[in-house]
Structure formats: structure tokens, C-alpha cells
Write a protein that binds this ligand. Structure first.
Ligand SMILES: NC(=O)c1ccc[n+]([C@@H]2O[C@H](COP(=O)([O-])OP(=O)(O)OC[C@H]3O[C@@H](n4cnc5c(N)ncnc54)[C@H](OP(=O)(O)O)[C@@H]3O)[C@@H](O)[C@H]2O)c1
Length: 115
């Protein structure tokens, strides 16, 4: 069902902290509609309460579980009729000299980039 609202609809992954959380609040305060994803509602409870208090919606999604992504997107599209802005923010950063970086962390990030 298409939304009758002309507001811009954002879908932001990883709104439990950091850039995703700040961006979600910024977009809400600019009058937009925001759907954000979290992996763990308990761990992200503080962020969820702040985002939902401003009118946003938080949904559970682990972006590495590819099979669950279409259901979450379809739910938003059913409610809103559209997603105008997708912010693929969820993830981990790794900054360092390759020689000083743990091999396991490098492999995980390489796999995330390739999938
Ligand atoms: N901050 C920087 O200076 C900087 C610079 C360059 C690029 N970036 C990129 O910008 C993004 C956000 O950075 P940040 O500093 O704001 O990091 P952050 O505070 O650690 O936030 C990362 C967010 O991504 C979520 N996340 C991680 N893995 C996920 C997964 N598999 N499925 C769903 N959510 C997942 C985290 O959720 P949980 O709470 O569940 O872990 C959290 O909400 C990252 O992709 C990072 O690589 C950041």
C-alpha cells in the first residue's frame, strides 16, 4: 500500500550506535520517516527508545543473514510504499597497518566485502 505522505522514507542499517544512530535522529528531526535496523533489541534498547520517541521505527536485522533482508524490506515497502534513501551503514571498521592487524579480523571484513 503506497503511503499518502510525501515525506522522504529512509532505511538505515545499524542504528544502535555511532553514525547510523546520529543519522537516524538527524533525519527524523528534519521531518523525514526513518526505519532503522538493530541486531539485538535488548542491547540496542537505549537507541531504540530515543529513535522511536522521535517517531522512527526500529526493526531487527543482521545484514550478514542475507535470507532475512527481503522480508524486512518488504515489510517497510508494504507500510510506506517506497524507500527513498538507503544507508548501508551497518558494519565494522578496521583501521591499521596490515602487518599489525589480526588475520581473523581481516578475513571477516574481506568476506563481508565479497558477499
Ligand atoms: N566512524 C568512522 O570514522 C568511520 C570511518 C569510515 C567508515 N565507517 C563505517 O561507517 C559505519 C558505521 O561506523 P560507526 O563508527 O558508526 O560504527 P559503530 O558505532 O560500531 O556502529 C556500527 C553499527 O553497525 C551495526 N552492525 C555491525 N555489524 C552488523 C551486522 N552484521 N548486521 C547488522 N548491524 C550490524 C552495529 O550494530 P550492533 O550494535 O549490533 O553491533 C552498529 O549499529 C561502519 O560501516 C564503518 O565501517 C566509519
Amino acid at each position: 500500500m503506497a503511503s499518502s505522505s510525501s515525506k522522504i522514507v529512509w532505511f538505515i542499517t545499524g542504528v544502535s550506535s555511532g553514525l547510523g544512530f546520529d543519522l537516524a535522529l538527524h533525519a527524523l528531526r528534519a521531518g523525514h520517516r526513518v526505519y532503522g535496523t538493530v541486531r539485538d533489541r535488548t542491547k540496542a534498547a537505549n537507541a531504540i527508545s530515543k529513535i522511536e520517541a522521535e517517531g522512527g521505527r526500529c526493526v531487527v536485522l543482521d545484514v550478514t543473514e542475507l535470507g532475512s533482508i527481503p522480508r524486512v524490506i518488504d515489510d517497510v515497502l508494504t507500510k510506506e510504499g517506497q524507500i527513498d534513501v538507503l544507508v548501508n551503514n551497518a558494519g565494522l571498521g578496521l583501521l591499521g597497518v596490515v602487518e599489525d592487524t589480526r588475520l581473523g579480523a581481516c578475513i571477516i571484513i574481506c568476506l563481508q566485502v565479497l558477499t
